[in-house]
Design a binder for this molecule. Structure first.
Ligand SMILES: [Zn+2]
Length: 262
């Protein structure tokens, strides 16, 4: 009888608890936890180009948010206003150094690297834009400078990830996947990119795409732009269908990294 009493008490206690959980948002966090097991995609456009507004407008059509990695010496009061307004919409602004030096050599002046990390972030933040991510100029950061990157940033694209895109990759060793390098230079088909998206979904990866100007200044076999606005829309069309189908999320970089590593 006493056992039955405890069983009943437990039953009502747990039942009440789960109803409470649904009511007060705990249930919500369980649902979110499931989402962490999904692939997350993000897009970063580098260097601070006038065509960033074209990119932004195209992403708006999909209700997605891109990210922009700025070379801070190109930033002035006028351009800063634009990126500040993007930032206020939830678009991540990353640092891409001050002067875009190569950082792949082990023999570089450490003080120079430190300056590039520190002042690029400070310059952007002076305009009221918080910066937590770094993109290495020319992709690869020699691992001996990783500790410095960690001093200033919460995450960095440094291409030290052994070609992995899962949670085993430290947040300062991230790599990205180039749109320009992976679109067909013959007929602009996006098959390679589509199959990379599919495998990222299957492996639940964090896959961050990158590009530059839109249309791209890289050329296809005919001498035309390697990636044009129609190509970008084709990629986003595919991802939109996948995210509408709850197979993945498409987030701006800060949110993508935070959520993936949460
Ligand atoms: Zn660059």
């Amino acid at each position: 009888m006493r056992v039955l009493y405890f069983k009943l008490r437990e039953f009502f206690f747990l039942g009440g608890l789960s109803m409470l959980m649904m009511g007060c948002g705990l249930h919500q966090s369980i649902t979110d936890k499931d989402d962490h097991r999904k692939a997350i995609f993000s897009f970063v456009f580098d260097d601070l180009n006038a065509t960033d507004t074209t990119v932004k407008n195209i992403f708006d059509e999909y209700n997605f948010k891109p990210s922009f990695a700025l070379v801070s010496k190109k930033l002035n009061a006028e351009t800063a206003k634009l990126y500040k307004s993007y930032y206020e919409e939830g678009i991540s602004i990353l640092s891409h150094s001050i002067t875009h030096p190569k950082m792949r050599d082990s023999t570089l002046d450490v003080a120079m690297i430190n300056r590039e990390f520190q002042y690029s972030k400070e310059t952007i933040e002076k305009y009221g834009i918080e910066v937590t991510g770094f993109v290495t100029p020319n992709s690869y950061l020699h691992p001996q400078y990783l500790k410095l990157a960690e001093e200033y940033y919460e995450y960095s694209f440094t291409n030290n990830n052994d070609n992995k895109f899962d949670k085993s990759v430290p947040k300062h060793s991230l790599a990205r996947y180039g749109i320009e390098a992976n679109i067909s230079s013959v007929d602009h088909n996006i098959e390679t990119i589509v199959s990379r998206i599919d495998s990222a979904i299957a492996e639940k990866e964090l896959l961050v795409f990158y590009g530059h100007q839109m249309p791209s200044t890289y050329k296809d076999d005919e001498g035309n732009s390697r990636v044009n606005t129609e190509d970008l829309r084709n990629i986003l069309d595919y991802l939109k269908a996948k995210s509408d189908n709850n197979e993945c999320k498409v987030l701006s970089a800060d949110a993508a990294v935070a959520e993936y590593y949460n």
